[in-house]
Design a protein around this ligand. Structure first.
Ligand code: SF4
Length: 443
């Protein structure tokens, strides 16, 4: 029996780094401290079943499609990699999408392949926190590490996010309940404000719940800024379904905080006004810094969606949605994001890796993906598998392979290898596809 301490949970953007994993005969039999979501991933990876919870259907062997239905035949890695390389090398406008549940080392290989192919490379941020990146370009991001927030924050705002369901240990480790150096009273020493369109489980635990009419976030942020700057007189009696009295009360709580933190989710990034919501929320944070210390942090979903944005920015200067077809990186979300090019029917082949595009894209984009040659690289069977032509299973990053990942606050942490892999790694598969593409092109 082998006990691994201080392992990272490779599931959500909290990237909890206190997991103790018990391994027996190359099987994980216990994952202490992980929440239900994290445990399900860490324990459910097992291809053999046993005592582990089989939450995900893992793919045993590489496969290629034999008919229009979801019937596949098992093939060797060589055959699958060769077919994937042929699909991509023949394509005039390939799309490489996904990357959220893979390490930064995998992202680097993916960018090299995209450059070689002249492809468009995009990650899952383009359907979640992409607008956060756009707003950060325009306004910057007055932020802090989760450690600073844990140790100092006495007022916490959750806007359009529901950590109780999506990031189950966030409130205990970093925010509402966490006890820190200057916050030894934990929850008793903090005020929690939740702004959302419905009373979520997180809202039920708040000191102040502000129910906003759907699509009114921008108006409510603007009203808070007007009140904060001493212009409450221009704010009407009700804004976005919220009474002015409640907005005044919220502003009073925010400006009298010793250290405040705003966490926001897709309720803000993907609702009406999208990146302008974040732009305005960042401005509100700047305004609050005239009175006290305030920071703002996105609640990133997949454990390393932030990492792709980091690596892509080092390598290309842009966070995601990068088009290499001109021979140099070009970026213009709204034109070069995955759903933009799929909507315009520009793409003639695609590779989806470490994500499930078919489960999360609009129906029109999924229809387009289903009609073109599609390569999937992933340890798990998903909706994308059902429409893929070539399926290449890989070892699970953060469980079977070590690597680097970025937490939601931009802190990089090292994923630990818990057990020996039984499949090729994403890095190996990408390297071999890139090599084969070069051969096919006579380079
Ligand atoms: S909160 Fe997220 S990172 Fe932490 S254990 Fe749960 S799923 Fe894993």
């Amino acid at each position: 029996m082998n006990v691994i301490t201080d392992a990272l949970c490779p599931f959500c953007g909290c990237l909890c780094d206190d997991i103790t994993v018990v391994v027996e005969d190359n099987k994980i039999i216990e994952a202490k401290h992980a929440c239900m979501l994290g445990s399900a991933k860490i324990l459910g990876h097992c291809r053999l079943g046993g005592n582990n919870i089989e939450t995900h259907h893992t793919i045993k062997e590489p496969m290629t499609r034999v008919d229009k239905n979801s019937n596949f035949k098992e093939v060797s890695y060589d055959e699958a990699i060769n077919e994937a390389a042929e699909i991509l090398a023949k394509s005039k406008r390939p799309l490489l999408y996904g990357w959220a549940s893979a390490s930064c080392e995998v992202h680097k290989k993916g960018l090299l392949l995209a450059e070689e192919l002249g492809a468009i490379i995009d990650n899952t941020a383009s359907v979640c926190h992409g607008p956060t990146g756009l707003a950060t370009h325009e306004k910057g991001s007055p932020s802090a590490t989760l450690g600073q927030i844990k140790n100092r924050a006495d007022v916490i705002v959750f806007w359009g996010c529901n950590p109780v369901q999506a990031h189950p240990r966030h409130m205990g480790r970093y925010s509402s309940f966490a006890r820190g150096f200057f916050s030894e009273k934990g929850r008793k020493g903090r005020k929690i404000i939740v702004l959302d369109v419905r009373k979520t489980d997180t809202a039920k635990m708040a000191d102040e719940y502000v129910e906003i009419q759907q699509g009114s976030d921008y108006l409510v942020i603007s009203a808070l800024r007007a009140i904060l700057s001493g212009h409450a007189d221009v704010v009407p009696a009700s804004v976005g379904g919220v009474l002015k009295d409640q907005l005044v009360k919220v502003v009073e709580t925010l400006k009298t905080a010793k250290f405040g933190a705003i966490f926001f989710g897709m309720g803000l990034t993907q609702s009406k006004s999208r990146y302008k919501n974040i732009d305005n929320a960042v401005s509100l944070t700047f305004d609050l810094n005239s009175f006290t210390k305030f920071v703002i942090t996105p609640m990133r979903g997949h454990y390393n969606v932030t990492g792709f944005n980091q690596v892509c920015t080092w390598e290309t200067g842009f966070t995601t949605a990068v088009d290499f077809s001109r021979g140099l990186p070009y970026y213009n979300p709204g034109e070069t994001a995955a759903n933009d090019v799929l909507n315009r029917n520009e793409v003639d082949a695609a590779m989806v890796i470490a994500a499930d595009a078919a489960a999360h894209f609009p129906a029109n984009s999924v229809r387009r993906l289903a009609k073109m040659p599609l390569v999937q690289i992933d340890p798990h069977w998903s909706a994308t598998t059902e429409i893929a032509n070539v399926v290449i299973p890989t070892a699970i990053c953060g469980i079977e392979v070590e690597g680097t990942a970025y937490r939601m606050d931009g802190v990089s942490l090292r994923l630990r290898k818990m057990i020996e892999p039984t499949h090729l790694t994403d890095e190996e598969v990408l390297e071999r596809i890139t090599q084969r593409v070069k051969e096919l092109r006579g380079e």
